[in-house]
Ligand binder design. Structure first.
Ligand code: SF4
Ligand code: MSK
Length: 616
């Protein structure tokens, strides 16, 4: 049993809880993954189509049986169409999140959402200037219009270096409206429309760019305006942040609109008094996934773990409420919560779950609902079953909050020290490591080994999402972690007092990384594709990660994936993505599950770029 647990996660807290789950007969994602084996070979290769009711059709990968669907679609067409639908879904998820944030911003500036306020007026001013508008209300309208625009440009795409913009225009992939690109993906992939795999992939690039430089960037910027631009703050990470003697409220999902209110409600003296009255020492809010990252970056709220920790957090027996909004929330949580006293609370009209109590959240009455949720958690504290309580005494400190603004501040006011370090070779390059967990890889094995390899080789790592939480759990987000870095990077980190791995936020905050690489490229007078930089998603699972990888490549960043996307059914599509794209957008994908080999690919790429730039 012990070995099996070790095969499932390298995180000791997760291993401990997996052991607890196995002994208690509690099912987790890893058990369900095992029961899915062998997974469908047609699905793995991307060769199954059910886009019309003449199907479902599947293509024989060996060319011996059916080599075309009923309509005549070939493997190239089916693989490309399936990929485009995934990109559309990922872009829709980030961008619909952004729409909600933009709508909340609009209500705030119209005075209709009293629970919220403007926390970064300076950023608000900068955005108004960028959009050329003279009031916050006009800004809200202009940003909301980005979604339904029929013709571009999407304003934030203009932050890209001029060479990149020219290339997008030349290729016809400069995105128009965010919703327009997503809708067009669905149109093109329905039966009998776009049947040219190159044309389909180009639309994938355009849609992904509408996410990265559109939806995701809008979410990041307006969240900063509403909740504050992150600045360095210390906190803690892993299941050991759950408190045995306090009411534990776990916030999980992706949007800060709810979690910020839950944090405010948990700090309300009335709630704290209620908690004390029923015998708890206080109220402890902890986060999971990107809602966790949002609260961590801005409020220093501890994180209980990353994607594959979500069931384990409930299995500790001390989660008095698991409060969720949208994205990355396993539908299994309801049944698991039913084995404990945990109240599993859904809050979005878009995301309902079996076994959940639904307490719908609306911007206009946000704090009241958050208080109701916290009250529910507090009153539930007394229902804990002490015989089911098990909290691993494992947690790590972390330093987070590296927005671009705070990185520039740490550098002394401009990017020059970083550029100087890159030119001198003390910082060999930049590695953006992001993405999920996936039971196909032991939890955090890909993340941690890749990041350690990179920093050891003087690559400064920027991180978001579940990789950031893996690094936090492993103690890599601390200035002391510079000891694990190569000599050059270690010196830079020590001089600046920063970790060698910079936590830049949630999944939508990968847009911060785009802005950072654009700023570095502009400062060097080159395109993003010329930079000594590479990206990776070692354990990705979500369609959102497909979109992120695609906008990274479309922006000129070489990107290594740790799990295979379903494209191998078409050698034409696979070749286009892993090499042909280099001639088109100056970057391509690679797939390498071994994190050591993947890090080597990134380092080799970085070294090649340094050489081209004439850097030592
Ligand atoms: Fe089959 Fe073509 Fe219909 Fe897809 S679109 S299910 S390949 S007939
Ligand atoms: S939470 S998208 S599992 S990174 Fe953003 Fe983690 Fe992936 Fe969700």
């Amino acid at each position: 049993m012990v070995n099996e647990v070790r095969d499932r996660s390298i995180d000791p807290a997760s291993q401990e809880m997996l052991d607890v789950c196995q002994r208690a007969g509690l099912e987790t994602a890893w058990d369900r993954f095992d029961r899915q084996q062998p997974q469908c070979g047609f699905g793995e290769l991307g060769l199954c189509c059910r886009n019309c009711n003449m199907g479902p059709c599947r293509i024989d990968p060996f060319g011996e049986g059916s080599i075309k669907g009923v309509c005549g679609a070939t493997s190239d067409i089916i693989v490309a169409r399936n990929l485009l639908r995934s990109i559309a879904a990922g872009a829709a998820a980030h961008s619909d999140h952004a729409r909600d944030v933009a709508r909340t911003f609009q209500l705030v500036v119209e005075g209709k959402a009293p629970s919220y306020s403007i926390k970064d007026p300076a950023k608000l001013e900068r955005l108004m200037k960028e959009y050329g508008v003279d009031s916050p209300v006009a800004l809200a309208m202009a940003i909301l219009a980005e979604f339904g625009k029929q013709e571009g440009p999407i304003q934030f795409t203009r932050r890209a270096p001029p060479q990149r913009l020219e290339l997008w225009k030349k290729l016809g992939i400069d995105p128009r409206g965010i919703d327009r690109e997503i809708v067009e993906c669905m149109h093109r992939t329905t039966m009998g429309v776009d049947n040219d795999y190159v044309n389909l992939i180009l639309q994938g690039l355009r849609t992904a760019l509408a996410d990265g430089w559109g939806g995701s960037m809008i979410a990041t910027e307006l969240q900063d305006v509403l909740f504050g631009t992150p600045a360095p703050v210390f906190s803690e990470a892993n299941l050991g942040v759950l408190e045995p003697d306090q009411v534990n409220v776990i916030v999980h999902g992706h949007e800060p609109l709810l979690s910020e209110m839950v944090v405010a409600a948990a700090n309300d003296p009335e709630m704290i008094e209620l908690a004390k009255k029923i015998g708890a020492e206080g109220i402890n809010v902890a986060g999971l996934c990107c809602t966790g990252n949002e609260a961590l970056m801005r409020q220093g709220v501890p994180v209980a773990g990353n994607f594959l920790s979500q069931e384990l957090a409930i299995a500790t027996g001390v989660a008095d409420a698991m409060v969720v909004d949208v994205q990355c929330i396993m539908p299994a949580l309801g049944a698991l919560a039913g084995c404990f006293h945990t109240k599993f609370i859904s809050t979005s009209s878009k995301a309902k779950f079996p076994g959940a109590v639904h307490m719908e959240f609306h911007e206009e009455t946000a704090l009241e609902t958050a208080k109701e949720i916290v009250r529910t958690a507090v009153l539930n504290y007394q229902n804990r079953d002490p015989s089911k309580v098990h909290i691993p005494q494992i947690k790590s400190r972390c330093m987070v909050g590296f927005s671009i603004e705070s990185i520039v501040a740490a550098l002394g006011g401009n990017l020059d020290p970083l550029l100087g370090a890159i030119k001198m070779g003390n910082v060999r390059g930049i590695g953006a490591v992001v993405g999920c967990n996936n039971p196909k890889i032991p939890q955090d094995y890909g993340h941690i080994n890749m990041v350690l390899e990179l920093i050891k080789n003087n690559v400064l790592v920027v991180t978001t999402g579940c990789n950031a939480q893996a690094c936090a759990k492993a103690g890599l987000l601390l200035p002391e972690a510079a000891e694990k870095a190569g000599v050059g990077l270690k010196g830079v980190c020590k001089a600046l007092g920063i970790p060698p791995v910079l936590h830049m936020g949630s999944c939508v905050d990968i847009s911060r990384i785009l802005v950072a690489v654009a700023a570095i490229a502009n400062a060097l007078g080159v395109d993003i594709s010329d930079l000594p930089a590479a990206a990776a998603a070692p354990e990705w699972m979500s369609e959102k990660a497909v979109t992120i990888g695609t906008y990274a490549v479309g922006s000129g960043v070489y990107t290594v994936l740790g799990t295979m996307p379903p494209v191998l059914g078409s050698s034409a599509v696979a070749t286009l993505l892993t090499s042909g794209a280099r001639d088109v957008v100056g970057a391509c994908f690679a797939v390498e599950p071994d994190p050591f080999k993947a890090a080597k690919l990134m380092i080799d790429h970085i070294d090649g770029q340094r050489k081209k730039l004439g850097l030592a």
